[in-house]
Write a protein that binds this ligand. Structure first.
Ligand SMILES: Nc1nc2c(c(=O)[nH]1)N[C@H]1C(S)=C(S)[C@@H](COP(=O)(O)O)O[C@H]1N2
Ligand SMILES: [Mo]
Length: 251
């Protein structure tokens, strides 16, 4: 069967079951096709599953809207203090000793400096960062595509998620391969034409413009490529579902 007609069939099947016998049964069908998000258990689980499953079938390859330079928000809100003493020491050294660790299901695990990361093709996008609390702003983000970084270290074909950690305690998140390989998902080191300020997560933050702001974790220092989220935190994919937010925050 061709991919579009297979997807149409799955969509129809999930939709029909949702109508006939409720969300829980739809979730069972979605599970058969690998469409269950890591926080798909518990009371809100079936709802999370339908949102994620439907988005994955309908909008997997769509792009977040991009804006023109004139639309960049100035001044941009939200300054963030350096997260730790160790971080402040790295900042004092101009982040020369800063590293991004890349681990898990990759052929060439290692530690990348900013110089290494800047050898990847430099990309820019002017996109909207939308906070779940209602405010938002537009900025230009510069960095490398996460997909090109992953290509450079060689990911295993069984890989299903990329987990990313911040040097700020408690902040970590993950995306599925659809978002990890999406052309607008960046590891970002520049903002509005300059270096990414510490206030916005410099020297490096994740940018996932197809999801709410909280997925764009600041101060990232470690990536883990994995086929399962079970071993991370409470196994729900990020800190967000532990605090009552959805793992999948697509917009
Ligand atoms: N490490 C870390 N990353 C984070 C946060 C945070 O508090 N710590 N806040 C998140 C939330 S809720 C939003 S909306 C955006 C805000 O990004 P900004 O400060 O650049 O506006 O960063 C996200 N990334
Ligand atoms: Mo937010």
């Amino acid at each position: 069967m061709s991919e579009p007609s297979r997807r149409r069939l799955i969509r129809t099947a999930v939709g029909a079951v949702a109508g006939a016998s409720g969300l829980a049964a739809a979730a069972t069908v979605a599970g058969r096709y690998g469409l269950i998000p890591p926080d798909g258990g518990g009371w809100y689980g079936p709802g999370e599953t339908l949102t994620y499953g439907a988005q994955r079938l309908l909008t997997r390859h769509s792009l977040a809207r991009e804006f023109s330079r004139e639309q960049i928000t100035t001044p941009y809100p939200n300054e963030h203090a350096p997260p730790t003493k160790e971080f402040t020491a790295l900042e004092a050294g101009g982040f020369v000793d800063w590293r991004l660790k890349v681990e898990g299901m990759v052929a060439r695990p290692g530690s990348l400096s900013l110089v290494d990361l800047k050898k990847l093709p430099e990309r820019s996008q002017i996109t909207h960062l939308a906070c779940e609390e209602g405010w938002s702003f537009i900025a230009e983000w510069t960095g490398a595509r996460l997909s090109e970084l992953l290509d450079s270290v060689g990911i295993a074909p069984e890989a299903k998620f990329v987990v990313y950690f911040s040097s700020e305690r408690g902040w970590w998140d993950s995306v599925d391969m659809s978002d990890a390989l999406h052309p607008q998902t960046f590891v970002t080191y520049g903002m509005n034409g300059g270096v990414l300020p510490v206030g916005h997560g410099g020297p490096m933050r994740m940018r996932v413009p197809r999801q709410l702001g909280y997925k764009s974790v600041k101060f990232i220092n470690r990536l883990v490529v994995t086929d399962s989220l079970k071993g991370f935190g409470k196994g729900l994919g990020s800190g967000a579902p532990e605090a009552g937010y959805a793992w999948y925050a697509g917009i």
